[in-house]
Design a protein around this ligand. Structure first.
Ligand SMILES: [Zn+2]
Ligand SMILES: [Zn+2]
Length: 167
């Protein structure tokens, strides 16, 4: 969506609200199976004495696969967005400054899409302290320890041996 800023160009303190759906169809994110709700970008463009800011947030919901234990889960997506708009770019390296086209159109699709790409986690975890799967037997270690013995105290090895022979 391209927002025409004409009505707040002249007026310092002016503010234009927006809310629309970002098309995330072509985007692939590691661990994200699909967006289960529209990705909505909402916020406002403000003119602070000639400096234009876009303040808002991206909201959606995602079906994910845990990067450690492969569990499927759903979690909300919430990304705060704050960028600046300029009629000319002065510093090419500024990531958070976007150029106005024709001096007054703000490309909100580009801003929303880039915020999504820049802020998405590298992988999705069912919980921060997910223990993952045992590399040997594949057991989900969140459900309890397995019997592979990787974590066994060598001093108890004799005891384990006895127990196993018992079974
Ligand atoms: Zn997990
Ligand atoms: Zn195991």
């Amino acid at each position: 969506m391209k927002l025409d800023l004409r009505e707040i160009m002249e007026e310092g303190g002016g503010s234009l609200p927006f809310s629309f759906e970002v098309t995330a169809d072509g985007l692939v994110f590691s661990g994200v199976d699909e967006f289960t709700a529209p990705v909505v970008f909402s916020g406002r463009v403000e003119n602070h004495a000639g400096t234009f800011t876009v303040t808002g947030e991206l909201d959606s919901q995602m079906a994910c696969t845990c990067g450690r234990c492969l569990k499927h889960f759903v979690k909300p997506l919430h990304i705060p967005v704050r960028v600046y708009l300029a009629e000319e770019l002065q510093d090419e390296d500024s990531e958070d400054i976007y150029l106005l086209s024709e001096g007054r159109f703000c490309d909100l699709d580009e801003i929303g899409m880039e915020a999504l790409v820049l802020n998405m986690e590298q992988r999705q975890l069912c919980s921060e302290d997910c223990k993952g799967l045992c590399p040997k037997c594949g057991k989900n270690l969140n459900d309890g320890p397995c019997n592979c013995g990787e974590d066994r105290d060598p001093r108890l090895a004799v005891l384990w041996q006895l127990l196993e022979n018992d079974e």
